[in-house]
Design a protein around this ligand. Structure first.
Ligand SMILES: [Zn+2]
Length: 350
């Protein structure tokens, strides 16, 4: 993934980083804040690569850097290492699998002790802390001193979904940068450039992933490349197309199956259902299959458009939302799903 696509469509951000570089005002600590999937990690990686690129470095030293033109060359040794995720001066810190938080031990070992060692080759040492909202309070306290008096070469980037759980003392030492969501056009352009040539990925897949992304590249990438997502989509299609003939036992079986999904997949599951009924509604009102997300299921969509009234579609869409709410309110998954499936059946005039 090249640095240019990484900050693609985020002109303001690019300008901001470039100015910091040219004027020698790179902060020692940043918070990159944004919803899950907005590309915080991609932006951080691109920024780290630019900071360490030997091409950029020599331009800045000579004073001939032009603010708009700064980008990592992608050819120097440093860029190559960064792109292969092997740069010794770009350090990723994340919570261990199965753990709920990033522990104070992790922070001591990977940040506090490590930062005392000079960079291996570049002018900076960049620490990227993923899911930094999960830093334990002890870990945050332990970091304070490093954040207060960082070595000249240290750049610490905290990626957070929401910064509310970070200590105010940490926040006040960081420059906070909001990572915005992107337009459909830019996401589409990006996904096309990155995955358009890959085997097994069709233009329709990219279109689906673009709409599903809602401006968050990470979500688009999941929709396009994650095998679990493909299975999930398949399960949703099987459920919404099979719902006519389901009796109580079939429903329980379907519910059991979906219960194995993790939290993110469950959210996606409901979203994929909503998209299905949005397609049915769209086809019912326009009779045009071109813009449907589940275009390949047109015969089934057309059939449902006949047996579900506008009012029924409205009630079904609300029932999907309600199921999501129920889960958030800790209603058991089985109960929430059974109520949803029954609501859908009730609104099909068979
Ligand atoms: Zn370079």
């Amino acid at each position: 993934m090249s640095n240019i696509t990484g900050i693609l469509g985020r002109e303001e951000l690019k300008k901001h980083f470039n100015e910091a570089l040219v004027n020698g005002k790179v902060s020692h600590a940043y918070i990159f804040s944004g919803e899950p999937g907005t590309g915080k990690k991609t932006v951080a990686k691109s920024f780290a690569q630019i900071l360490l690129c030997e091409g950029v470095e020599s331009h800045v030293e000579k004073g001939d850097a032009v603010v708009e033109k700064i980008h990592a060359c992608g050819r120097c040794e440093s860029c190559k290492m960064a792109m292969e995720k092997k740069h010794p001066d770009i350090i990723f810190i994340e919570k261990e699998t199965g753990k709920k938080s990033i522990s104070v031990e992790d922070i001591r070992e990977k940040l506090i002790n490590d930062v005392a060692v000079k960079p291996y080759k570049g002018p900076y040492k960049v620490y990227i802390i993923k899911e930094a909202q999960d830093l334990s309070i002890e870990a945050q306290s332990a970091m304070l001193k490093t954040m207060e008096e960082p070595p000249e070469y240290a750049v610490i980037i905290l990626l957070v979904n929401t910064d509310s759980l970070l200590l105010p003392t940490i926040r006040s030492r960081c420059e906070t940068i909001e990572i915005p969501i992107l337009s459909d056009e830019i996401v589409n352009e990006y996904l096309k450039a990155e995955y358009g040539q890959k085997e097994g990925i069709k233009a329709d897949d990219i279109r689906f992933a673009t709409v599903f992304s809602e401006g968050k590249i990470g979500r688009g990438m999941v929709a396009l490349t994650n095998p679990d997502f493909k299975l999930l989509k398949h399960d949703v299609i099987r459920l919404v197309t099979g719902i006519y003939d389901m009796d109580y036992n079939d429903m329980v079986a379907a519910v059991r199956k979906t219960k194995d999904y993790n939290d993110i997949l469950i959210d996606y599951f409901f979203e994929l259902m909503s998209i299905w009924y949005r397609d049915v509604l769209m086809f019912k009102s326009t009779r045009d299959a071109n813009d449907l997300m589940y275009k390949e299921e047109i015969s089934e969509i057309s059939k449902q458009a006949q047996v579900i009234s506008y009012e029924g579609l409205d009630l079904i869409t609300k029932a999907v939302e309600k199921a999501k709410e129920r889960l958030r309110a800790n209603v058991s998954f089985e109960v929430a799903m059974e109520m949803l499936l029954m609501a859908i059946q009730e609104n099909m005039n068979l």
